[in-house]
Write a protein that binds this ligand. Structure first.
Ligand code: LIP
Length: 268
């Protein structure tokens, strides 16, 4: 954290502490909507890409709370786009990551909140309301699950690995199928779970040995990328400079499987 003044660090710490409360409160609200799924109003954004009134109302609650405490901060939300004018502090919010799971009644989704300061992600928080699991990381200070330190796996054998993968219909099928085939040929297990943020969080705590998706939005990975880094993992250096707007391909893993997974996915 040597590029921060004492005041900036204090301001970030204040936001970090508040972000955990925001994520848990948002997760509890999402959970209430989840219990009352039959009442959801669902819209289709594109092929197999949905949004419900739950996504919008959870995001609105998150934005309202951030604005109340930090009125001059900028907010980038999946459902509402960009709020407020330019600010050194930019919040990146996915109110329900795993929306397709959510609307189908599959209890695998989360709230993902990250903060950028001067263009660098400084902290990330991911809350899974179904498991009551709060993942968090403050840059330079490690990654945690419900307050306990977490680390990526130590597995160095693909034929004993499990890789979390994601896919959207924004990407050509053969790209996804090609990577899955190569994983299977290497005797690697894969899981397609429907939430990039949880795929990154589970990589950070070693439940899976890595996460790959060919193209995801910034709000899907902003928090999880820092969790993986702070848990001793590796994440692709090819994330573009305009990732906040354009999203990115994402590959992350432990240090042992990096080269093998780079070769399988073609992501550096
Ligand atoms: C989802 C990601 C997932 C991806 C889906 C979708 P959402 O985010 O977490 O990895 O494959 O296409 O983008 O839309 O549920 O917030």
């Amino acid at each position: 954290m040597d590029d921060l003044t004492k005041n900036a660090r204090g301001d970030l710490e204040q936001r970090f502490l508040r972000s955990k409360d925001i994520a848990v409160a948002a997760g509890d609200l999402a959970g209430r909507f989840f219990e009352n799924r039959n009442a959801l109003k669902i819209e289709t954004k594109s092929i197999q890409d949905y949004v419900s009134n739950a996504d919008k109302e959870v995001e609105s609650k998150i934005i309202h709370t951030i604005n109340a405490h930090f009125p001059n901060d900028q907010i980038v939300g999946e459902e509402s786009g960009c709020k407020v004018a330019d600010s050194d502090y930019v919040w990146i919010v996915d109110p329900i990551d795993g929306t397709a799971n959510f609307i189908n009644g599959i209890p695998h989704f989360c709230i993902s909140i990250a903060l950028c300061f001067l263009g660098k992600v400084r902290f990330g928080v991911i809350y899974d309301p179904n498991q009551k699991e709060l993942f968090d990381a403050f840059r330079g200070e490690g990654a945690f699950l419900n307050g306990k330190p977490i680390k990526v796996s130590n597995n160095s054998d693909l034929d004993q690995s499990m890789i979390s993968c994601g896919h959207s219909f924004r990407i050509k099928d053969e790209i996804y199928l090609g990577v899955i085939r190569k994983l299977l040929m290497a005797s690697a297990e894969y899981r397609h779970m429907g939430s990039a943020a949880l795929g990154l969080a589970h990589t950070a705590c070693g439940r899976v040995d890595g996460f790959w998706e060919q193209q995801i939005n910034s709000w899907d990975f902003a928090a999880g990328q820092l969790l993986v880094e702070e848990a001793g993992g590796w994440i692709n250096e090819s994330i573009p400079g305009n990732w906040l707007q354009s999203g990115s391909a994402i590959l992350c893993t432990n240090r042992h499987l990096k080269t093998a997974l780079q070769k399988i996915t073609g992501i550096k």
